[in-house]
Design a protein around this ligand. Structure first.
Ligand code: DAL
Ligand code: ZN
Length: 288
């Protein structure tokens, strides 16, 4: 190759490498807002290859929502078949904040101070009595939750809600507290930064057994309730959002207690294929 061709080629290579780095390290973006389009999910390609899997962290429960009965010393933790189908519908499902299929993770955030318009109180027991924010879910999810609790009960499994909807402000307070306690890197393995928590969508809820033992803690894994959820939640439209062995895809430690409503069709497909929402939408894996 002629020597003077190297200069433009080198220039292009530097740009390409810079773009690649930016893609993985730039701060999370808001869905639907300006920069968001830079990093939209690739909803048209084939299913994502699962990346290398990191070992499950030993423990550390997910954060409870702020307010209510949370005690200071409580351990926190720390649509369609999009990948196959592609097209506008799937794109909308993943990127529209009010969509049941919205993708919220470390890379895909919600619009500033997003709050769903149809939050209601599901008629299920929680581990606390107060009628407060963290008891709320979006209507469709709340209804599905009631059906799931009833189904569990028929099988002799008594579930309780721990923490459902959280505002951006609540998540901010939680994340700050965790970062202060455990350091930011550790906190990021179990807690979302504000604007990036599924709890803010009103479609996610942390569950436990009715006495609240191991609520949002690693010891919930392997309990009767956790096993029931892993097996049956998809029948009601919920997925275990942060499965064991998928830490490198979701960016979070295993959370057997955190279920996310995505609707029955998506939930069944995700569960049958043993994949995550990221893989379902074929978005780039989240590693940190
Ligand atoms: N624990 C999950 C990742 C959250 O904070 O939303
Ligand atoms: Zn959760």
């Amino acid at each position: 190759m002629r020597r003077n061709l190297w200069i433009p080629l080198l220039f292009l290579a530097v740009i390409a490498v810079g773009w690649g780095i930016g893609k993985y390290t730039s701060p999370a973006r808001s869905i639907g807002g300006g920069a968001a389009s830079v990093n939209q999910p690739d909803l048209n390609g084939a299913a994502a290859q699962p990346p290398g899997v990191s070992p499950a962290p030993s423990a550390s429960p997910e954060g409870q929502s702020g307010g209510g009965t949370q005690s200071a010393g409580e351990s926190p933790a720390p649509s369609a078949s999009p990948a196959a189908q592609g097209g506008g519908e799937a794109q909308l499902a993943a990127t529209e904040p009010d969509s049941i299929g919205v993708m919220v993770n470390k890379q895909y955030g919600l619009p500033d101070n997003y709050k769903p318009a149809d939050l209601v109180y599901p008629d299920v027991p929680f581990i606390f009595k107060e009628k407060i924010e963290k008891r709320m879910m979006r209507q469709e999810a709340a209804h599905a939750l009631e059906e799931m609790f009833a189904g569990a009960k028929r099988d002799g499994v008594y579930l309780a809600g721990v923490s459902a909807y959280r505002s951006e402000k609540t998540q901010q307070g939680l994340f700050n507290a965790y970062a202060e306690r455990d350091g930011e890197d550790k906190a990021l393995t179990y807690s979302a930064v504000p604007g990036h928590s599924e709890h803010q969508t009103g479609l996610a809820i942390d569950l436990s057994g009715k006495d609240g033992t191991c609520a949002a803690e690693s010891c919930f894994a392997g309990t009767k309730e956790a096993d029931w959820l892993a097996r049956h939640a998809p029948e009601y439209g919920f997925i275990i959002r942060y499965p064991e062995g998928k830490e490198a895809v979701t960016g979070y430690m295993y959370e057997p207690w955190h279920v996310r409503y995505v609707g029955k069709e998506a939930a069944r497909s995700i569960a049958e294929r043993g994949i995550t929402l990221e893989e379902y939408y074929n978005v780039v894996p989240v590693s940190k």
